[in-house]
Design a protein around this ligand. Structure first.
Ligand code: PLP
Length: 443
């Protein structure tokens, strides 16, 4: 008898074909064009997602991070319902705006002043402009493999081509997009991450031109790599010795790593920081914050704007999300991080038993899987040894097993993932790891 294999993603394929006739490429961000097919979703609840073919998933993508309270959290839904019946945008001041900025001020160590934008890319742009205005310098020192948004000035050396990236200890700044203004690189200096000597060398050479050093405090966009504590201390010291500022791009770590972000977790207070994603639990909002005298540059000629800044819908969502996160001494995020740590130890044990060379890097609520021969990963170039084919095979197997992960092997955990989710996930990962072995080692 002939075996008929059902295509689990048939309806998504059909919808993609139709969408591509109007929506360019059929997706709203090319980052989402993932194998085996970009899925179309019908619903989600808590930690679970359902696609248009009726497949159910445990969601570890969380909309690329924002859904720190999962899908349809009751307090977020109630806040949205309240706001839906009220004016959606005043383009002017209202009480919620002030209440949310006060809340951010209480939660985030560097937040003497706060401002809102819609996207993280805008928040980053505003922060860098403030830093340049404050110091009167133009260069931003940034690190290879870090992502700070897609604007011309921001998208430098995120995924540098290997034939043009230059030596490991002195990377060449590279453009990441066709059509990018070529001289964007002139305002950048690129350094390898977790390398104190390189940082010192670059400051010795360009010290008086550098307005600020910007870092993802955990390198989430290139495999969730952790900073060495000595490197963090050097970041806290060297820029200041040269009259430059320290900026944390906390678009991912903010309201995820701890209620006060990575800066609270590591005990290092930057001069400025950008936030996004989790701040409003999945509703469009980003923010930036920092020292009063720098932030108030916008009162004396540093341009910043945005039609949707501080709109009541986003502010209502942020208030509900931050209220949940701040309650009971931050128990929600402690839970998310604990679930992530349990997952990591379960996945590591499964890989060990199956004798699969898998490294897990990151912190509880954001971590990555690396199929790599390396014992430790400290910067972007270390991730180039990852076996990407094997990761892709694993991701496709995991999807078939009902796990929705990001295409780079990153796993986000929310405050509503449960121990049952963890157990089911570890069992599914074990099956996924076994079935994605290279065929020579598959019985
Ligand atoms: C660290 C970091 N900075 C900035 C951004 C840009 O944020 P957005 O996509 O909201 O523009 C991102 C997005 O993923 C990010 O991860």
């Amino acid at each position: 008898m002939e075996t008929v294999t059902r295509d689990r993603y048939a309806r998504s394929r059909e919808m993609l074909a139709r969408a591509a006739q109007s929506l360019t490429g059929g997706v709203s961000s090319p980052f989402r064009a993932k194998a085996p097919v970009p899925l179309f979703f019908a619903d989600g609840h808590g930690s679970r997602l359902r696609d248009v073919d009726g497949n159910e998933y445990i969601d570890y993508a969380l909309a690329w991070g924002p859904l720190i309270l999962g899908h349809k959290h009751p307090e977020l839904v109630a806040a949205m319902e309240r706001q839906a019946a009220r004016p959606h945008n005043y383009g002017a001041q209202h009480a919620l705006e002030m209440e949310v900025s006060e809340r951010v001020q209480r939660m985030v160590p560097c937040a003497e002043r706060v401002a809102f934008t819609s996207s993280g890319s805008e928040a980053v742009a505003a922060v860098w402009r403030l830093a340049r205005a404050f110091t009167g310098r133009h260069r931003i020192l940034r690190f290879e493999g870090h992502y700070h948004g897609w604007h011309d000035a921001e998208l430098i050396s995120y995924r540098p081509p290997t034939d043009r990236m230059g030596p490991a200890d002195a990377p060449c700044p590279t453009l990441d997009s066709r059509g990018q203004v070529p001289n964007s690189v002139d305002n950048a200096v690129v350094a390898p991450w977790n390398d104190i000597e390189a940082l010192e060398r670059i400051f010795a050479k360009y010290g008086r031109e550098i307005a600020a050093v910007v870092t993802e405090p955990v390198l989430c966009n290139s495999g969730c790599l952790m900073p060495d504590s000595a490197f963090l201390s050097a970041l806290d010291r060297i820029p200041r010795e040269h009259g430059a500022l320290l900026i944390f791009d906390e678009v991912i770590t903010g309201f995820r790593m701890s209620t006060g972000g990575a800066q609270q977790h590591f005990g290092i207070t930057p001069d400025l920081a950008s936030f996004g994603k989790a701040i409003a639990g999945g509703v469009t909002l980003s923010a930036f914050a920092g020292r009063k005298e720098i932030m108030e540059g916008m009162l004396s000629g540093v341009a910043y704007g945005g039609t949707f800044n501080g709109n009541p819908i986003a502010m209502g969502a942020a208030q509900a999300t931050l209220d949940v996160l701040a309650a009971d001494d931050g128990v929600a995020l402690k839970h998310a991080n604990r679930m992530g740590e349990l997952l990591q130890s379960g996945i590591a044990a499964a890989a060990r038993e199956l004798e699969i060379p898998l490294r897990i890097t990151g912190f509880g609520a954001a971590f990555s899987l690396h199929f790599t021969p390396l014992e430790s990963l400290r910067n972007y170039r270390d991730t180039l040894a990852d076996d990407k084919d094997r990761l892709n095979r694993f991701l496709c197997a995991a999807l078939d097993e009902g796990l929705y992960l990001l295409p780079d092997g990153r796993i986000y955990v929310s405050a509503v993932h449960t121990e049952q989710d963890v157990d089911a996930t570890v069992a599914a990962v074990r099956r996924g790891l076994a079935s994605s072995r290279p065929s020579s080692s598959n019985p």
